[in-house]
Design a protein around this ligand. Structure first.
Ligand code: NAD
Length: 326
């Protein structure tokens, strides 16, 4: 991207949910700096007001909203507010909700499970659906969702949170495919930053595991956990010049990376009499990551296997290219 235009989002309107503090606030400040008019949404009204005032004090345009995005009607009202008061909606960052373990799996109450799913996963549907309808009708949209390393890699005590955050990854892929050809790009962020909501993990072995896997001598507070370091990655992904869609990006302690799901080449057989024993005999080949691929969409996985069966499958342009070469 060119550094010439320092207001690349001028004329655009962005909603960031849960932006009264933490990572959401950092996203808001970054988007406002890039020229977007912003809706600072946070269920805690005083924090939303404070951040909106900060944006205005810096010369930007901001509205505060205290809609609860886990409520479908309020989420719709949030999207309506942005369009009505600021004139359009080009960017949506679903960020609301605090990270954190809920407790050991067997002790979780159904209320605790739903509470986590409602704010992290259902809210993404509630806000994105009305935003999507509007953006698609206008032929342009950038949506960024928020997953977590706890969802894609996980740790103990995080089952409901992991489900919600892994679900967000799935939603991103599904929406990105639905948005193909409509100028609707959808990506997902796995942030890692100091959080006001940091709570200790209630699972007894958490500390032992942390010490085992990470170490005993690692500072918990570090400059690399500043939420402001996450925000430029988000701003890049919602920029009109960014054409990436359906991908996951991670920030962890000063490392910016991509997270992806792959599949091993595995073991193929023409023998239909497969048993658990034959699987056991080939399990190392099935698991071997030495030869693997990263299907972008489900059809890519299918085509890859069909090609290995000798069938002429693949994306249209690849099939045409190979037909021209034969
Ligand atoms: N901090 C991390 O290291 C980390 C790691 C992985 C993922 N995340 C994800 O990043 C996002 C932000 O995390 P954070 O650390 O800045 O959290 P935070 O707790 O500091 O901020 C979250 C904000 O969301 C608001 N919120 C909660 N429920 C809401 C609702 N129903 N409607 C509107 N606003 C609501 C809260 O009031 C709060 O201000 C979350 O989705 C979190 O799961 C954070």
């Amino acid at each position: 991207m060119s550094a010439v235009n320092d207001s690349p989002l001028a004329g655009q309107v962005a909603i960031v949910t849960g932006s009264g503090r933490g990572i959401g606030r950092a996203h808001i400040m970054e988007l406002a700096r890039s020229g977007a008019a912003v809706v600072v949404n946070d269920i805690a009204p005083a924090t939303a007001d404070r951040v909106a005032n900060e944006v205005r004090a810096a010369g930007g345009t901001a509205l505060a909203s205290s809609h609860d995005v886990s409520d479908r009607a309020q989420a719709q009202a949030l999207v309506d507010l942005a369009i009505r008061e600021l004139g359009s909606l080009e960017i949506l960052i679903n960020n609301a909700g605090s990270r954190g373990p809920r407790g050991i799996f067997e002790d979780l109450s159904i209320e605790e499970i739903y509470e986590t799913l409602d704010v992290h996963l259902m809210a993404a549907f509630h806000v994105t659906q009305p935003a999507w309808r509007y953006m698609k009708s206008k032929g342009y949209g950038r949506v960024l969702l928020t997953s977590s390393a706890a969802g894609m890699f996980s740790y103990q005590g995080s089952s409901s949170y992991a489900v919600a955050k892994a679900g967000i990854y799935g939603l991103t892929k599904a929406l990105a495919f639905e948005g193909l050809g409509c100028n609707m790009n959808v990506n997902v962020l796995l942030p890692w930053a100091a959080s006001a909501a940091r709570n200790s993990n209630p699972v007894p072995s958490y500390k032992e595991n942390y010490d085992y896997y990470v170490g005993t001598d690692v500072p918990s507070d570090h400059w690399s956990q500043d939420p402001a370091l996450v925000a430029p990655l988000a701003a890049y992904l919602v920029d009109p010049r960014c054409s990436i869609t359906g991908e996951a990006f991670s920030y962890c302690r000063s490392r910016y990376g991509r997270v992806f799901v792959g599949v091993t080449n595995g073991w193929m057989t023409a023998n239909h009499e497969v048993t658990a024993e034959t699987i056991e005999a080939h399990i190392e080949q099935i698991r071997d990551r030495g030869t693997s691929s990263e299907p972008q969409w489900v059809f890519d996985e299918l085509s890859g296997v069909l090609r290995r069966l000798g069938l002429p499958a693949g994306r249209k342009e690849d099939r045409e290219r190979s037909a021209a070469n034969t």
